[in-house]
Design a protein around this ligand. Structure first.
Ligand code: TXA
Ligand code: MG
Length: 317
């Protein structure tokens, strides 16, 4: 079977309630028909994802936004106009059309229109909005190539291969409040970018909903992983370690080094980060993955969020 680029077949599989992994500009998604609860259940099963962690629905046209949400105010269209198609997910009150399994029973639904053409073509050709988390096992490194998907989810029904993703980290997720917006997950679209159209709501969140994206450990390699800042014990054996290097100043002594960017560009760090983590995870000469930290502003916030979660399990022990 052609497992790479048969769009008609991929769309047909979506219609039949099967799972199709597909590229978005951020990371690869594990997609199913968002309106078919049985198909969505397969996503949770294959990913081994807890049922309390809701999925994002991907759309290709603004008409779908209306169908999937209960109320859409002008601010939503303002955001959609500026950032869609693109790496921004909006958490909005859901319509009855959206099955509870997609939102883990929450009254809200996360929606985004991806910039990747293959992703939008899959949505349009199948004629279905597509629920998709990142196409990795729950808690593990996110996939930025089709091979990363194959490694973790060999049993997926189909993979559309669109090459390496161009953003490299997951979408920014925001919710709207009376005062403006709150960020639920940082991404390439920064707080400052969004502030150009809406005010940031810095008030304390009062509701006690467990913010699902906020688990402490995530994006984890199966090998030891640490961020090489002043807090780490200096006694790691660098001859067994692979470094995700950014400034080039920390490279000496490491068994292997992958440079995230040749010109100090944080966007390139984001593009290369998960790929480098996968490379070291697969490399039998590497026992420890070390990442050089960056300043936690702008895109740096999104990078550090992920590195902190990736090292969490290894650091706490
Ligand atoms: O870039 C992305 O967003 C990628 C690509 C495939 O689109 N998708 C992705 O999905 O990162 P996932 O499932 O790995 O992460 C989505 C996050 C989850 O942590 C989930 O908790 C949060 O979005 N989320 C989804 N719906 C939500 C809701 N109604 N309220 C709060 N958080 C929500
Ligand atoms: Mg994920």
């Amino acid at each position: 079977m052609d497992r790479q680029n048969n769009m008609e077949l991929a769309a047909q599989l979506i219609q039949e309630g099967k799972l199709v992994a597909f590229p978005t500009e951020t990371v690869y998604g594990l997609g199913a028909n968002a309106l078919d609860p049985m198909a969505v259940a397969k996503i949770f099963a294959l990913k081994e994802r807890p049922s309390f962690d809701p999925l994002i629905i991907h759309i290709a046209d603004l008409d779908d936004l209306k169908k999937l949400t209960a109320e859409v105010d002008d601010r939503v269209y303002l955001l959609a106009k500026k950032f869609w198609p693109g790496s921004l997910t909006l958490v909005l009150p859901k319509s009855k059309l959206v099955p509870d399994i997609v939102t883990s029973g929450l009254p809200t639904v996360g929606i985004r229109m991806p910039a990747n053409e293959i992703a939008r073509e899959l949505i349009r050709t199948s004629g279905r909005p597509i629920a998709a988390p990142s196409a990795n096992k729950f808690g593990r490194i996110s996939p930025t190539t089709a091979n990363h998907v194959r490694k973790q989810l060999p049993d997926v029904d189909y993979i559309l291969d669109g090459g390496k993703t161009t953003v490299g980290i997951e979408s920014t997720i925001i919710e709207l409040t009376e005062k403006g917006f709150r960020i639920l997950r940082n991404g390439i679209i920064t707080k400052e970018d969004i502030e150009e159209v809406l005010s940031f709501d810095d008030s304390e969140k009062t509701e006690s909903i467990v913010a699902p994206g906020m688990v402490k450990s995530h994006y984890s390699p199966v090998k030891k992983m640490i961020v090489a800042d002043e807090n780490i014990p200096v006694d790691i054996d660098k001859s067994k370690a692979g470094l995700l290097s950014f400034t080039g100043k920390q490279e000496s002594g490491y068994r292997k080094v992958i440079r995230m960017s040749e010109n100090n560009d944080l966007k390139e760090y984001a593009v290369n980060m998960f790929d480098a983590m996968h490379t070291f995870e697969d490399d039998s000469e590497i026992e420890i993955i070390v990442a050089e930290p960056v300043a936690e502003t702008g895109i740096g916030k999104a990078i550090m969020d992920r590195l902190r979660k990736a090292e969490y399990n290894w650091r706490k022990g």
